[in-house]
Design a protein around this ligand. Structure first.
Ligand SMILES: NC(=O)c1ccc[n+]([C@@H]2O[C@H](COP(=O)([O-])OP(=O)(O)OC[C@H]3O[C@@H](n4cnc5c(N)ncnc54)[C@H](OP(=O)(O)O)[C@@H]3O)[C@@H](O)[C@H]2O)c1
Length: 254
C-alpha cells in the first residue's frame, strides 16, 4: 500500500494574519505537524504571542510585523524568513479585510482597501515567495477564500468580489507555476467563529437566522479549517493544484 505523508518536519511556512482567528489556528496546526512557522500581521503583540505558543510546542517560529498593503514590507517579510530559515516551503495567504456596506453606500477607498489586502497583496507576496520556491523546484501556496466567492451576500460585494478574484488568481498562479513544482490551491471557509464574524455570532437573533441556513446547523470553529490546509501543504496533495476546497458545513449545497 502507498504511504501517505502528512508530516511537515523540516518545512518552513509563512502564515499571513497569523496573530488571531483562523490564521492563528493554521499557524499552530502547521507547527504541530512539524513545520517552522513565520507569522505576520500589523499587530506585533498578537504575532509575538502566537510565535511564543509555537515555540512552547517545540517548533521554531518568527514573528514579523508586516502591513501587507506595503510592498517594501512584503519584501522585508520574505527577506527576514530567508535570513532566519534559508527557504520557504509553504505560504498561507490568510490575511484579509472586509466592510459590511451596500453597493450604494460603499466608499471608493473602501473598495480599494479590500482589493489591496485580499488580492493585490496576495499576488505580490506569492510572487516574491514563488521566486524562492522556483529555485527549490517545490512549494505550496494556499490562499484562504470564502463561500462568499461563490454566493452573493447582502452588503458583502467588495469582499465577495475580491475573494472571487483570489479564486481566479489561485488558478492563474497554479497554471503558470506548475512547471516549477509549485502547487497553488485555496481553502474557502463558511462562517467561522472569529473576531471577523463577531457582529454575526454575538447577536443571538442574527446568529439563529444565519445558522439555520447552514446544513450542519452551526458555525465552524477556527480549528476546523486547519485540516484542509495541512492536507494541501502535505505530500498527500502532490498532484492537486488550482483547486478550492470549501469547509462550509454544506453551505454551498443550498
Ligand atoms: N471568520 C469567518 O467567518 C470567515 C469566513 C470565510 C472566510 N474567512 C477568511 O478567513 C481568513 C481569516 O479570517 P478571520 O476570521 O480569522 O479574520 P480576523 O480574525 O479578522 O483575522 C484577520 C487577520 O488578518 C490580518 N490582517 C488584516 N489586514 C492586514 C494587513 N494589511 N497586513 C497584515 N495583516 C493583515 C489581521 O491582523 P492585523 O489587523 O493585526 O494586521 C488578522 O491577523 C480571511 O481570509 C477571511 O476572509 C473568514
Amino acid at each position: 500500500m502507498a504511504e501517505v505523508k502528512f508530516d511537515l518536519s523540516g518545512k518552513v511556512a509563512i502564515v499571513t494574519g497569523g496573530g488571531r482567528g483562523i490564521g492563528r489556528a493554521i499557524a499552530l496546526g502547521l507547527a504541530g505537524a512539524g513545520a517552522s512557522v513565520v507569522v505576520c500581521s500589523r499587530t506585533q503583540q498578537e504575532i509575538e504571542g502566537v510565535a511564543g505558543e509555537i515555540r512552547k510546542v517545540g517548533s521554531k517560529s518568527l514573528a514579523v510585523t508586516t502591513d501587507l498593503t506595503v510592498n517594501e514590507q512584503i519584501e522585508h517579510l520574505v527577506d527576514a524568513t530567508i535570513r532566519e530559515f534559508g527557504r520557504i516551503d509553504i505560504l498561507v495567504n490568510n490575511a484579509a479585510r472586509s466592510f459590511l456596506r451596500s453597493l450604494l453606500d460603499l466608499r471608493e477607498d473602501g473598495w480599494d482597501k479590500v482589493f489591496d489586502t485580499n488580492v493585490k497583496a496576495v499576488w505580490l507576496l506569492s510572487r516574491a515567495v514563488a521566486r524562492h520556491m522556483m529555485e527549490q523546484k517545490s512549494g505550496r501556496i494556499i490562499s484562504i477564500t470564502t463561500v462568499g466567492a461563490e454566493k452573493a451576500e447582502m452588503g458583502m460585494a467588495s469582499y465577495g468580489c475580491s475573494k472571487a478574484a483570489l479564486k481566479m488568481l489561485t488558478r492563474c498562479m497554479a497554471r503558470e507555476w506548475a512547471p516549477y513544482g509549485i502547487n497553488v490551491n485555496a481553502v474557502g471557509p463558511g462562517l467561522t467563529r472569529t473576531d471577523f464574524s463577531k457582529p454575526i455570532w454575538s447577536n443571538p437573533e442574527v446568529a439563529k437566522h444565519v445558522t439555520t441556513a447552514i446544513p450542519k446547523g452551526r458555525l465552524a470553529e477556527p480549528e476546523e479549517i486547519v485540516g484542509s490546509v495541512l492536507f494541501l501543504a502535505s505530500d498527500a496533495a502532490s498532484f492537486i493544484t488550482g483547486h478550492s476546497i470549501y469547509v462550509d458545513g454544506g453551505t454551498l449545497t443550498t
